[in-house]
Design a binder for this molecule. Sequence first.
Ligand code: IPE
Ligand code: MG
Length: 221
Amino acid sequence: MDGNGRWAKERGKERVYGHFEGVESVRAVMEASVEWGIPYVSFFAFSEENWGRPEAEVNTLMELMGRAMYNELHNFMEQDIRFVVLGNRARLSDALNADIDKTMAATAANKRMTMILFLSYSGRWDILQAAEKMAHDLIEHPGHAVGPEDLERHLVTADIPEPDLLVRTSGEKRISNYLLWQTAYTEFVFTDTLWPDFRKEAYRKALEEYASRDRRFGKIK
Ligand code: IPE
Ligand code: MG
C-alpha cells in the first residue's frame, strides 16, 4: 500500500489524511475479495524500515491500526473473515498487541477468507528469524539434509500459501523488503494509482492483468 502521503499532498492536506483514506481502500479491497471468493488477501501496512519515519507519523499510523481493527471486528465476524497480523510483534506497543490478540482470537475460527496485515514486517527479518530457529533444529538433528520446507516452517507465513499476485501502488517498482522468500513465483502488478484511490475497479483491473499472465514456474508448457 503506497502513495498515501502523495495523495494527501496533491490535495494540500497533511499526510495523515492520506492514511485515513487508505483505510477505506483496505476495506474496499477486503469486501471485493470476499465477494470474488479470494481466500487470502494480505496488506503490507508497516515495514521494519517504516519505524524510521518521524515519531508523530509512526504514532498516528499505530493508533490508526488499533482503531481500524476495533472498528472492523463486527465486519470480520459478519463476513466470516479470519484476521491475522504477521511481523515483528515485539516492537509493537502492549496496547496494540492486546488489540491484535483480541481480534485474532475472536476471528480465529472464521472460514470464508483470511485477511493478513503485515505489521512491523520485513522479508529479511522473517528469513533471519526463521534461519535462527532452523539452526536450533539442526543442532538437535545433526546431519539432516536441509530442504526449503525446513526454513518455511519457521517463516511467519508458515500456515498461509505463497501469494499468486502482488500489487504495488503509486508507480514505485520495487519490493521494499516485503515477502522476499514467499514471492519467488508471484506475479507482480505495478500501478500508478495511489493507494487511497485503489478501490474495487483498480483491484479488478489488477486481477484481470493477473489472469492474462502465463505462469510456468520455470517449466515449459
Ligand atoms: C502509505 O503510503 C504506506 C505506509 C508506509 C503506511 P506512504 O506513507 O508511503 O505515502 P507516500 O509514498 O509518501 O506517498
Ligand atoms: Mg511510500
